[in-house]
Design a protein around this ligand. Structure first.
Ligand SMILES: Cc1ncc(C[n+]2csc(CCOP(=O)(O)OP(=O)(O)O)c2C)c(N)n1
Ligand SMILES: [Mg+2]
Length: 301
């Protein structure tokens, strides 16, 4: 298969293919945001390996039948990373890769934040941080009531875990023993803004490490969740952790996968830079990213 084409059969995908797909997905993010003139880069890039592993190896889905009732559900609670999700959905065959050129346009199905009323295949509309896990637990409760065996995965940002509603959901999911609910936290150590102000300088405050002073895993365990900590750029580890979560559904304990990632991962000048949370690449920067992502072949194709 070629990572450049859409509609790839998930079963054909090897580990090396996942890496190629993630490189292609990262470039699609950078190009789509450059084309629309607005959007996010850092979060979509940190989540790309997670999204590719989910959509090509973990989720039981039918892109050609997006409303299949027994599909696994996936909610991107960190909805500002929508372009990362769209890039992977396009590669997986939900819609043509060319449609990414409409990203963020008023009449597009690909809104700046996911809108489930427009794009089949989205299980929730998100963007207001903190809400996705609550939606996911409702869906998981509904699955139990209806006797459906699907698994629900929710991806959150690490900064997002500062939202109080996340912790209400954590508590309620444990109370109802939702073993078929899994939260994946993209632990990239950054949120929207960066560095603390220098002494005497006006600054935005220290938002570099969203989890500073918080032992997220210990807190989740204290609420009764199972916690797995992995390298969020290691496809094998991601698939293994998600499979483990699914296999533990009968344990009646929800699983949290804490994925250590790098914001802006994959392109040297965006890695670890909060400025790229929502910057737009220039044409030169997009070309430099393409070269780094080893996509020269795609350009010739
Ligand atoms: C309720 C709410 N407050 C603020 C924002 C604006 N906002 C968008 S992204 C972001 C930072 C998110 O950081 P994190 O959850 O760590 O995501 P990531 O690092 O993956 O981009 C903020 C504050 C929002 N979308 N929703
Ligand atoms: Mg973050």
């Amino acid at each position: 298969m070629t990572a450049a084409s859409g509609d790839v059969e998930a079963n054909d995908v090897e580990a090396s293919d996942l890496e190629a797909l993630a490189r292609r997905g990262r470039q699609l993010v950078i190009d789509s945001v450059a084309h629309s003139g607005a959007g996010h880069i850092g979060g979509p890039l940190s989540a790309m390996d997670l999204l590719v592993a989910l959509f090509f190896r973990v989720l039981r889905i039918r892109p050609e039948e997006p409303h299949w009732p027994e599909r696994d559900r996936f909610i991107l609670s960190k909805g500002h990373s929508a372009i990362g999700l769209y890039a992977v959905m396009a590669l997986r065959g939900y819609f043509p890769v060319e449609e990414l050129a409409t990203f963020d346009a008023g009449d597009s199905r690909l809104q700046g934040h996911p809108d489930m009323t427009r794009l089949p295949g989205l299980d929730a509309s998100t963007g207001s941080l903190g809400q996705g896990l609550a939606v996911g637990l409702g869906i998981a409760l509904g699955a139990r009531l209806r006797g459906l065996g699907f698994h629900t995965f929710v991806m959150l940002g690490d900064g997002e875990t500062q939202e109080g509603m996340v912790w209400e959901s954590v508590q309620v999911a444990a109370k109802y023993g939702l073993g078929h609910l899994t939260a994946i936290v993209d632990c990239n150590g950054l949120q929207q803004y960066g560095w603390p102000a220098a002494p005497g300088e006006e600054g935005r405050g220290d938002r570099r490490d969203p989890l500073a002073g918080t032992r997220l895993g210990a807190a989740l365990e204290a609420f009764g969740w199972r916690v797995l900590e992995i390298d969020g750029h290691d496809s094998h580890a991601i698939v293994e952790a998600c499979d483990d979560a699914r296999a533990s559904a009968a344990s009646a304990r929800p699983t949290a996968i804490l994925a250590a990632t790098v914001k802006g991962r994959g392109v040297s000048f965006t890695e670890g830079r909060f400025e790229w949370h929502s910057r737009v690449a220039t044409a030169d920067e997009a070309a430099a990213a393409r070269a780094e992502l080893d996509l020269v072949e795609d350009r010739r194709a």
